[in-house]
Design a protein around this ligand. Structure first.
Ligand code: NAP
Length: 312
């Protein structure tokens, strides 16, 4: 039986792994993708303390994984399908069998949310993307539309400004949600034009996306912008994220899909903790994901100590 199974290998899960393994807990991290979680889609995590300027999100994730393993945590490329609570014992059902553990730390994060515009699903991977740092190079000297006005949209617009010839930020309001410093940089960038009060209605094309239909939600005016001949044409969507809690069913309390926790990262089920973007909270940054992972691991250690004391 494991002491703790950590579900998710983003900064929250890996930090939990580092602390749990250093605390001598028999620790397993389940991550069916790359270590680093959403961070691997970010070019630079420039606001994480101590990060090197040349560090990519992917490199940072990989190093966090190696650090957890160096303390004895095991990382398995398995997907958790269900958690069963049997009091002092939890069972994590995976795509490769059942695993027993005393505690679980849920750090499954969130996934980019589709907007639901007409043509979005049809042209996904054919001009429509959710990750500029992954797919940006396909749009060298092209025209690019970034949908959304949050940190992700603005940071990726600034990233694409180094690659594409023209970037439109399509935002439904007249004010960006992104941090002021980056918002200003985007508003003053010569290659970036912000289409305020504007919503993406449709993506059209044949094999690949080649036009967008936009609506001004104040005036109702509809505009179609078409790709120019031989100029790459891309649409990147950054309209928020969906929490990855579907696999939990009704095991624990959720708020709009996110997990409420107490000051020790404890969920509504004793012995099950949560950390990172999956938690019901306001600020979703790498730095607080890592901190919550550490707190969840330490709380898990205390919980196991109490279980052992009860048995004596
Ligand atoms: P977000 O902050 O939720 O922003 C989503 C954006 O999409 C908002 O501007 C929102 O518009 C817009 N939007 C949502 N639904 C829409 C719809 N149906 N139609 C049109 N527009 C829609 O998401 P995010 O930018 O991915 O950021 C998620 C979290 O990660 C945030 O806490 C953010 O601070 C953090 N983050 C931090 C960094 C960093 O610090 N380096 C980088 C990336 C993300 P409204 O503004 O009108 O609501």
């Amino acid at each position: 039986m494991y002491d703790t199974i950590i579900i998710g290998g983003g900064p929250a899960g890996l930090s939990a792994g580092i602390y749990a393994a250093r605390g001598n807990l028999n620790t397993l991290i389940l991550e069916p993708g790359l270590a680093g979680g959403q961070m691997v889609n970010t070019l630079h995590v420039s606001n994480y303390p101590g990060v090197l300027p040349e560090d990519t999100g992917m490199a940072l994730g990989q190093r966090m994984g190696e650090q957890a393993e160096s303390f004895g945590a095991k990382i398995e490329y398995l997907e958790a399908l269900e958690i069963q609570d049997h009091g002092d014992k939890k069972i994590v059902v995976t795509d490769d069998g059942n695993l027993e553990t005393k505690t679980v730390i849920i750090a499954t994060g969130a996934k980019p949310r589709p907007l639901g515009a007409k043509g979005e699903a049809e042209f996904a991977g054919k001009g429509v993307s959710y990750c500029a740092t992954c797919d940006g190079t396909f749009y060298q000297d092209g025209d690019v539309f970034i949908i959304g006005g949050g940190d992700s949209a603005v940071e990726e617009a600034l990233y694409m400004a180094r690659i594409a010839r023209k970037i439109y930020i399509v935002h439904r309001r007249d004010e960006l949600r992104a941090e002021a410093k980056y918002a200003e940089r985007a508003m003053n960038h010569e290659k970036i034009e912000i289409l305020w009060n504007t919503e993406l209605r449709e993506i059209k094309g044949e094999k690949f996306a080649s036009s967008v239909v936009l609506e001004n939600n104040k005036t109702g005016e509809i505009t179609e912008i078409k790709a120019e001949d031989k100029v790459p044409f891309g649409i990147f969507l950054y309209v928020g994220n969906t929490p990855q809690t579907q696999f939990l069913g009704d095991l624990l309390e959720l708020n709009k899909g996110y997990i409420p926790v107490d000051g020790n990262q404890q969920t509504s089920v004793p012995g099950i903790f949560a950390a990172g973007d999956i938690v019901d909270k306001r600020v979703r940054q790498v730095v607080n994901a890592a901190s919550e992972g550490a707190m969840a691991a330490l709380a898990s250690e205390r919980y196991i100590g109490d279980l052992d004391a009860k048995k004596k």
